[in-house]
Design a protein around this ligand. Sequence first.
Ligand SMILES: *[C@@H]1O[C@H](CO)[C@@H](O)[C@H](O)[C@H]1NC(C)=O
Length: 350
Amino acid sequence: STFKDIFNEPGFIKALEGDVHIVSDLPESLQSAPRARKHFTSWSGASYYEDVKELWKDHKVVHVPKSDSRLANNGLPIDIQRLRCRCLYQALRFSDPIEDLGKKLVERLKSRGKFIALHLRYEKDMLAFTGCTYGLSESEADELRIMREKTSHWKLKDINSTEQRSGGNCPLTPHEVGMFLRAMGYTKSTWIYIAAGEIYGGDKYISKLRSYFPNLVSKEVLATKEELEKFKNHASQVAALDYIISVESDVFIPSHSGNMARAVEGHRRFLGHRKTLTPDRRGLVELFGLLEKGELTEGPKLSSLVTKMHKYRGKAPQGRDMRPCLGARAEHDLGQRNPFMKTHSRSASA
Ligand SMILES: *[C@@H]1O[C@H](CO)[C@@H](O)[C@H](O)[C@H]1NC(C)=O
């Protein structure tokens, strides 16, 4: 998909016109002008971009082949922070066909009652990438290993699944999500929307979760075949539907962290501190280990342990730890340009 297949491009350009001049094509006069090609370094602050500006001295066009280099979180001037919010949460809207269907699906869900959006990242690529094979058959584990070995841009090849799991680095399995949600007090009548691509193993693994929560729905259930037809074979556009539904859910629960989970969580905070409940995967795996050994059973005891473990999770709003940005240089920048952040950082670390 191109940018305008996913996003409302004219709306984006218009929304930012007071801040940034955006064109969808290079003007003729610049098409053969000297070009620099530059991969920006992720997590850079304002001073890095001051340096990058030097490129304009020798080149008329700077080509940035990848646009996913993150800006530093902290220590940025407040006007830049504001622009970032405006970009992400106001200027960036999905294209009309995606927004329209997204809204319809949200309405259909809301007509049934409150609902959880579960970002169930139990997908083949994620399991192959993280090397998490817990509970899988030998042939499934092999299939995932082969996929990992064949994917050249994944650097880590030799992964110990047991260590990954105990380190809290594996997406929860559908069964584990079921145990977690039940222990958190959600009942059988809870509506759960599965925001995900194809779940690995399909019904074989989903059925466990469904036995805990029969009101489990996906976009394939909510939407008609005709409605989904034009998004078929466009994974990013389908993911955009999941994004819309996740932002509008009563509770958002990511079974694994990642770009989508973080973007949704941030968007929900922006819209008024809507609840996001991030499972403590490392802690939960320890408890699930006790269940396996028979040292604990599902019930009130597990429930109280799990609830306690998540007492301070999903309780919005949260302060942000600003200490990392209080290095000498950042301190100087903050003092000079950004009195707001300085005050804020004190109260956040207090
Ligand atoms: C994986 O790590 C566990 C725990 O450290 C260890 O017991 C096991 O032998 C390791 N497995 C392999 C195949 O190295």
